[in-house]
Design a protein around this ligand. Structure first.
Ligand SMILES: Nc1nc2c(ncn2[C@@H]2O[C@H](COP(=O)(O)OP(=O)(O)OP(=O)(O)O)[C@@H](O)[C@H]2O)c(=O)[nH]1
Ligand SMILES: [Mg+2]
Length: 192
């Protein structure tokens, strides 16, 4: 898969059914609210608005399944750690994500954890990584919004994130300039 040609929204999941009628594999996008999960998916598929994005965190409320080139799904999860939604809403969201990581019998080929390159890994990201690893999922960290940093700062920040992430691969990305698109596309393909 050198380039994604076809992408279509199939369904939004709120419950616990992550299966698809066609049984195609999926890869999932996790991350803090506002890190840019939905924007990264739009950038990868080359559409401005396949997935709705927003300056206000908490835009994505369901796990949205996008079928890619009739061969696999990208799944955009709601963000975690959004302080402005109610505590019960936040807990519900976290619980659903954890259930998916721990108990879903339809497992992702890999989980891509999107972070803001400038912010780096947060406490919630570290907790999430621990749980993802404990449940033996493949994981890749995508340090998004790299366009906001100068080249030298970006390089330093990526090194420091990689140092902390240890054996987890870290990719720099910009949903704005599409920097890192080929590498991320290849990495997704490597798990399929
Ligand atoms: N400069 C820059 N801005 C970005 C980039 N990616 C996303 N953004 C902006 O960051 C904001 C949040 O992007 P979303 O894609 O909606 O973030 P999300 O992680 O899906 O957020 P939730 O759905 O709330 O969890 C939007 O204003 C985007 O335009 C990027 O690579 N560079
Ligand atoms: Mg979103």
């Amino acid at each position: 898969m050198a380039k994604i040609l076809k992408s279509e929204f199939i369904k939004g999941v709120i419950g616990d059914d992550y299966s698809t009628e066609d049984g195609l594999p999926h890869v999932s996008f996790f991350g803090r609210s506002n890190a840019g999960k939905s924007s990264v998916i739009n950038s990868l598929v080359g559409k401005k608005n396949l997935v709705k994005t927003s300056k206000l965190p908490g835009k994505t409320r369901e796990a949205n399944f996008f079928r890619i080139d009739d061969s696999f799904f990208l799944v955009d999860f709601p963000g975690y750690g959004y302080a402005k939604c109610s505590v019960s809403e936040r807990n519900k969201m976290i619980k659903r994500i954890l259930w998916y990581v721990e108990f879903s019998n339809v497992r992702p080929q890999a989980i891509f954890l999107i972070i803001d390159a400038k912010v780096g890994l947060t406490v919630l990201d570290r907790d999430m990584i621990k749980i993802i690893k404990e449940n033996k999922h493949n994981i890749v960290i995508v340090a998004n919004k790299i366009d906001k940093l100068s080249q030298s700062v970006a390089r330093k920040q990526l090194l420091s994130i990689q140092k902390e992430a240890q054996d987890i691969p870290v990719l720099g990305y910009s949903a704005k300039t599409h920097k890192g698109k080929d590498e991320l596309t290849q990495t997704i393909a490597s798990f399929l």
